[in-house]
Every structure is written in structure tokens, then in C-alpha cells.
Write a protein that binds this ligand. Structure first.
Ligand code: MN
Ligand code: MN
Length: 296
């Protein structure tokens, strides 16, 4: 067994989109525009979005996908994370990059990227996830930064973004070891030394996924489940992708019912608890027969 070739295709598409995005996230860039464009670029290169492109500005750390009507634009002092992924036939890669025009946070971004590289180098020789976390934590502390303690990297599987093993952003004992042919994402999140250093749920939910393919005996809801399954299987989606079929109000109502009956799972926007800016860099890698391969 070796790494399915679809991972390499998804990786090549993701690398190309990452190159494409460089220089495009700057003061004045619209949140919605950047995510729509990232998704279009993935599709134009023959992939599909593995999950909705997420934009995390400053303390908004994860799981925020801009919706239609989102009018906010990046301003000069912002720290902007763009998290996106590609799937090819269900084989997923996941990546993220952070941008800022704010000189004050350049070191934060550099340390986060160094933490990612340190984690990859450790994984190459010692794929115990506790040790990968240790590398991230120690790189962060070199410049007095803190890692977000309750967010982690993860293994990936076909049509599954979080496949079971978590890769923490600091040392933790008694964790598993990554195995040959496992595909995994490493994603250090760093924040300021005086930050709380963990994320909490914000009220807004913009990302969803199908949790169970159960019929509810309500035509409208059952049709919605079928539609989600046809487009996404178990992969995450955002309401913006279904607006050809529904008015925004109707879609919200349908999703609310599906979440209530636990057929659909919702993901809250995650924000740094003390409101401090967070940087994130992420790679997907695989432990192939020949060693570790960075796919993104
Ligand atoms: Mn990601
Ligand atoms: Mn990830």
C-alpha cells in the first residue's frame, strides 16, 4: 500500500492556489471575494474545495466562511489567515497561510511558519505526535509567543477531514505515533505571550457537514439531505453553496431543522478567548514508504 495518487494531485492544485493567493490578501481585499476566488481557483485546476474556504482575521481563529452580503475588507493592521483545502475524489489536503501588512506582527507570522517547519522536520524522524507538539511549543516560546492549546492538527482520511488522531500544538504525554501511509495536517496557531492562548465558540456558524444520512419523513428536509449528500458526501459545506436552490431565509430554516435533528452538524466560529491576534500556517504531509512527503 502506498499513498493514493489523488493526494498528489490535490496537493499540486493546493500548492498552485497558494502561489496564486500570494500578494492578493492585502489592505482592501474583501473577505468574501478572497474565499470565492480561492474556491474558484481550486475548481479551475481540476479539484474541489475539501471544505469552505475560511478567513480568520485577527482573533477570529478558525471556522469562519464568509457569507453573501459579507462586506468587510482587510484593513492595514489586520492579521489574516486563509485556510483552504482541495479534494480529489474524496482525498483531502488541507493548508493555511497568514498575511499581514502590520510590521508589529511580522515576528508572530515568522515564528508560526518556523513552528510548522520544525514540526515537519520532527515528524520526518520521530512521528510521535507528542514530540511534534513539543517542537511547535518550543519554537513558539523562543520569541515569547504562545500556541493555541485547544486547536490541533489531525490525520485525514477519504472524505474525512478529522480522521481520529490529533496533533497538538504543544507537548502532551501518552499520545499515539503516526503510522506509515497516514496522511496528516500539522497546523500551529500562535498568539501573543499575554493572550489567553485558547479559543472559544463565537455565536456565528457558517460551516456545516452531514452527520447522518437519516430520512426525517419531511420531503423538504429529506431533499435537502439528498442534495448535501450529492454535492458533499460527509465533507463540510457552507450555505453560500446552496443559494441557487434556496432563498437565504429558507436555507437558514432548513439548516436549523437539520441541525436540531442531528442530521447536520454545525461548526461554530472560533475566536481567541482574550481577543488577541492569531497566526496559522498549515501543511498536509504523508508518511510514504520513502519517508515524509509534504503534499502542500
Ligand atoms: Mn486547515
Ligand atoms: Mn486542518
Amino acid at each position: 500500500m502506498s499513498i493514493p495518487k489523488e493526494y498528489f494531485k490535490a496537493g499540486a492544485i493546493t500548492k498552485a492556489v497558494k502561489n496564486w493567493i500570494k500578494g492578493r490578501v492585502t489592505t482592501g481585499t474583501g473577505y468574501l471575494e478572497i474565499c470565492e476566488d480561492v474556491e474558484k481557483e481550486i475548481i479551475a485546476r481540476g479539484g474541489k474545495p475539501a471544505f469552505p474556504c475560511a478567513i480568520g482575521v485577527n482573533d477570529v481563529t478558525a471556522h469562519y466562511a464568509p457569507q453573501p452580503g459579507e462586506e468587510r475588507r482587510v484593513v492595514e493592521k489586520d492579521v489574516v489567515k486563509v485556510d483552504f483545502g482541495t479534494h480529489v475524489d474524496g482525498y483531502i489536503v488541507d493548508t493555511s497561510v497568514t498575511f499581514t501588512d502590520n510590521a508589529e506582527y511580522e515576528t508572530l507570522l515568522e515564528s508560526t511558519e518556523r513552528a510548522l517547519n520544525a514540526a515537519i522536520e520532527v515528524a520526518r524522524h520521530d512521528p510521535r505526535v507528542g514530540e511534534i507538539g513539543r517542537a511547535i511549543g518550543s519554537e513558539a516560546s523562543k520569541h515569547g509567543f504562545k500556541t493555541i492549546s485547544n486547536l490541533s492538527g489531525h490525520t485525514l482520511d477519504r472524505y474525512v477531514v478529522h480522521a481520529g488522531k490529533s496533533i497538538p500544538n504543544l507537548y502532551m504525554p501518552n499520545l499515539p505515533t503516526l503510522k506509515k501511509n497516514e496522511v496528516f495536517a500539522v497546523e500551529p496557531f500562535l498568539t501573543l505571550g499575554n493572550a489567553a492562548g485558547y479559543v472559544v465558540d463565537a455565536p456565528q456558524q457558517t460551516i456545516f457537514s452531514l452527520a447522518a444520512r437519516r430520512r426525517l419523513g419531511n420531503t423538504e428536509l429529506d431533499e435537502a439531505v439528498q442534495m448535501i449528500w450529492d454535492l458533499r458526501r460527509t465533507l463540510p459545506f457552507t450555505p453560500r453553496w446552496f443559494l441557487e436552490n434556496y432563498t437565504p431565509e429558507k436555507l437558514q430554516a432548513v439548516l436549523r431543522e437539520l441541525v436540531k435533528s442531528k442530521v447536520v452538524r454545525s461548526y461554530s466560529t472560533l475566536v481567541e478567548a482574550s481577543g488577541k491576534p492569531v497566526a496559522q500556517f498549515e501543511h498536509t504531509a504523508a508518511l510514504d514508504d520513502g519517508g515524509l512527503i509534504v503534499l502542500t
